[in-house]
Design a protein around this ligand. Sequence first.
Ligand code: BG6
Length: 477
Amino acid sequence: MTNNAFPDGFLWGGALAANQVEGAYRKGGKGLTTVDLMPTGEKRKAIMKGFVPSLEPLEGEFYPSHEAIDFYHHYQSDIALFAEMGFKALRISIAWSRIFPTGEEEAPNEEGLRFYDDLFDTLKKYDIEPVVTLAHFDVPVHLVEKFGSWRSREVVGLFEHYAKTVFQRYQDKVKYWITFNEINMLLHLPFTGAGLTFQENDNVKQIQYQAAHHQLIASALAVKACHEIIPDAQIGCMLAAGMFYPHSCNPADVKLAMDRDRESFFFIDVQARGYYPSYAQRFFKENNISLVTNPGDEKILASHTVDYLGISYYSSRTISSDPEVMRQSTSGNVFGSANNPYVKKSEWGWTIDPLGFRITMNQLYDRYQKPLFVVENGLGAMDNPDENGNIEDDYRIEYLREHIQAMGEAIEDGVPILGYTSWAPIDLVSASTGEMKKRYGYIYVDRDNQGNGTNTRSKKKSFDWYKKVIATNGRDL
Ligand code: BG6
């Protein structure tokens, strides 16, 4: 990478999600949302997959989202710290159930709208550009109860109403939008991604792809509304990116890697190109999936494609046709992966593969020819304060340095990239495990897995490092 890889105006910053930071889960008129039903540990794992014991929080259970890191009451001082690092952008999500507590109201909850107004005004004070996700792993629980969440076409109209409401309200404040966070997560963690719940004998794939169709239509309608209401805004999709490597050059492994990549590309093929990919038909047939669609759906998808591709990248994945190799697979991230001896792993078994990041960005640009926005990338690690109470997180700096370098290389390969919002600038609740000890931040939060602690914020070593990266526009890593 040369010294001037990053263009002027590159949007450096960090990324958060409402349900992982805000807390205040029933304050200000907010309704119950899917993540409010997720405890930690094994119970969380089953729930994320759609096996949900109760649609109300249970007595005596600990739910990390209920208080999270209390960003709801700390956002002003937290944003002041982000500003001190020189952030140009902050990615947040709006909690749908703060605006429409059940998801079905005609009139929005003014107190919820005001909260985000104040948050955007605070960002404006520091010249930080908001990048806002409409749905980041939360669905109002009432919609799960009444309609089965995204199984039902009803939810498309309700989401469109929510999207239009926030576009109208924040049209002068927000110019970068994202429809669904990691839309492909619906296939791996269906309750997390889409509020889907299952019974024993359900045809899970049928339900998932029907829900996917509804989200894709809802996403296209949100793009339409955004373009009409805020003509100078850009709105993107969001993919949990990271390619599958074939474990060997056995063509069977290569074919499997292609199939697994297509599982994810499927969504972006529709959102970026405007139609279902040619391979979908055979896949649907072989898996007994038949989609219920409305007349006019094809036109909606074709007419309202996204402006850019938001991506998260943490890891690459590896796949083998040999069951023995797969048996030795690492716990990896939610995508599952065979062991790759050429790359390191995090404490949670996620591969660390910066070159894979560069390859992934090139692959996505080759495929879609739309600008990318790296809206998540980072290292979840255990941070232990030293005898002076400082956190010397050199491992995090190393991870970020290598990935930022890879991004610079991708830009020089010819990939247009709008910005980089690392996950996450401040410690928060882990989406997959509910833990606090899986920390990502430049800012430490004094809170443990059981919710004990003072919530005090303190700077880690990476804080000053990232500040320098931004000040030099990526020249000094
Ligand atoms: C992405 C999500 O999957 O990865 C975030 O969009 C999430 O919400 C992040 O927090 C890291 O995953 P985890 O499980 O370590 O929190």
